[in-house]
Write a protein that binds this ligand. Structure first.
Ligand SMILES: [Zn+2]
Length: 457
């Protein structure tokens, strides 16, 4: 990267922000999911900007503890009153359908319909985003306001979807630098019509790749456009031999809202990527926020699972915990603005510029975590027996059936699994997570019973 190239690109950043927003608007109406034609259409639109390599992984392919599911596609869905009036219509918002709903066509009473409706009582004007990938179900998501107005009637429900053997699609783009050492930049492409989470990340990485490919680079750069969780797990299982080349990484999501920049550190906590991002944010002159790693979030959960422990952080603006539009119909093309996309682009670019500048100067500090002293008789140390990615918890009856919303039990399970690396005791996990010790211990015992953990101390 020479200075002239960098200065030229810096001048273009506001314009790039507008282009990113335009591409986001184009991607917005597509009904995406973890598989299916919505993902393929998305990859096609990204391919108009960068020459993506597209992969199709067949249904049934094993990836660590997971299996590529059946492919889901949808043409239409609605609910009609007995007088013929369509009161819920997929064509008006694809969030109206519980993502991965199995096909259905029948007449139901109000009470049966209500068993399949999802709403947000605290945000009565918004449609929630809900999924049911691994538990066959059908359902509709509507505003709570509409829910309260529903009357006794015979309702015709139609979901014209298919759930069949097919494949999981993802895209990859590789820019060869002078070195074999890689920087991994990953985003997910499985959310339907929502912008900050996560089309903002998709367009940011698309345009970053488009502009980086013209520069002379030390590192090689690998861009992933994958469905969240299952895509990261599939990618890691297919590329296990090469992950040692990854020296730094970032997951891009929630980069287009008006909030300040937030950095969630990698699990290593003091990796070069952590120091670099923190430096860039410190020197930006803007407010920012730093968060420690926690095993809840996006694909960093897989990249930072103890069997990989890659130096991958999450650079975003407002964390999903703190914006109320998260996973609702309010996360739309107005909520994300070109100027915030441009600002995030500039911060990502500065991180890359700094990594390039420091190439060869830093040395990896992998696995420096010290054994923490265990001072309580009650304390125990466990080892995660499936440390590569997350185990498929619903197989053991231990995980949420409806995705899109976290619950406390699920969060405790993720904490205990991620930190049961033989080095962190239950007390350490309690301190890091802020979850009650009793709950941590009970969860560890349950995971032990399900043969996901082995007690070592
Ligand atoms: Zn999400």
């Amino acid at each position: 990267m020479d200075n002239f190239e960098v200065q030229k690109l810096k001048k273009k950043i506001p314009e790039i922000g507008t282009e990113m927003h335009d591409t986001m608007v184009k991607l917005y109406p597509i009904c995406r999911s973890i598989t299916g034609n919505g993902v393929r259409k998305t990859l096609d639109i990204i391919s108009e900007q960068i020459p993506l390599e597209k992969h199709e992984i067949p249904t049934g392919t094993e990836a660590f503890d997971w299996t590529v599911p059946k492919e889901w596609n949808i043409k239409d869905a609605y609910v009609k009153k007995s007088n013929g009036e369509k009161i819920i219509n997929f064509k008006k918002s694809n969030l109206h359908v519980l993502n991965y709903s199995v096909p259905v066509h029948k007449t139901v009473s109000l009470s049966e319909l209500k068993d399949h409706l999802f709403t947000l009582p605290d945000q009565p004007a918004l449609i929630p985003y809900r999924t049911s990938y691994y538990y066959e179900n059908w359902g509709f998501c509507i505003t709570h306001k509409q829910f309260l107005q529903l009357e006794e009637d015979e309702y015709e429900v139609v979901i014209d979807s298919t759930l069949e053997d097919g494949s999981l699609s993802y895209g990859e783009y590789f820019i060869k630098g002078k070195s074999e050492d890689e920087v991994l930049l990953s985003c997910y492409i499985c959310h339907p019509s929502m912008c900050n989470d996560n089309l903002s990340g998709v367009v940011l990485l698309t345009f970053l790749a488009k502009h980086l490919k013209n520069l002379s680079l030390q590192y090689s750069y690998r861009f992933l456009f994958i469905p969240e969780t299952i895509g990261a797990i599939v990618w890691l299982s297919r590329n296990e031999q090469n992950v040692t080349k990854i020296k730094h990484g970032l997951v891009a999501t929630c980069v287009g809202d008006s909030g300040i920049s937030t950095y969630k550190k990698s699990r290593q906590g003091n990796a070069e990527i952590d120091q670099t991002v923190i430096d860039v944010l410190k020197n930006s002159g803007d407010d920012y926020k730093i968060m420690d790693y926690e095993p809840i979030g996006s694909d960093e959960r897989q990249f930072c699972s103890p069997g990989f422990n890659l130096p991958v952080g999450l650079l975003l603006r407002t964390h999903p915990y703190y914006f109320t539009e998260y996973h609702t119909s309010a996360d739309n093309t107005e909520f994300v603005k070109a100027k915030y996309l441009a600002d995030s682009f500039s911060k990502y670019f500065k991180v890359i510029f700094k990594l390039e500048e420091n190439f060869g100067k830093f040395y990896s500090k992998n696995n420096e975590e010290e054994l923490l002293e265990i001072d309580s008789k009650n304390d125990q140390v466990f080892l995660n027996l499936k440390p590569k990615c997350e185990p498929k918890l619903d197989k053991t009856g231990m995980y949420r059936k409806i995705g899109g919303k976290n619950n406390n039990d699920a969060l405790t399970i993720l904490w205990v699994l991620n930190y049961s690396d033989g080095k962190h005791s239950l007390r350490d996990i309690t301190l890091r997570s802020g979850i009650d010790f009793k709950q941590i211990k009970q969860t560890a015992e349950l995971l032990h019973e399900k043969k996901l953990l082995k007690r070592i101390l």
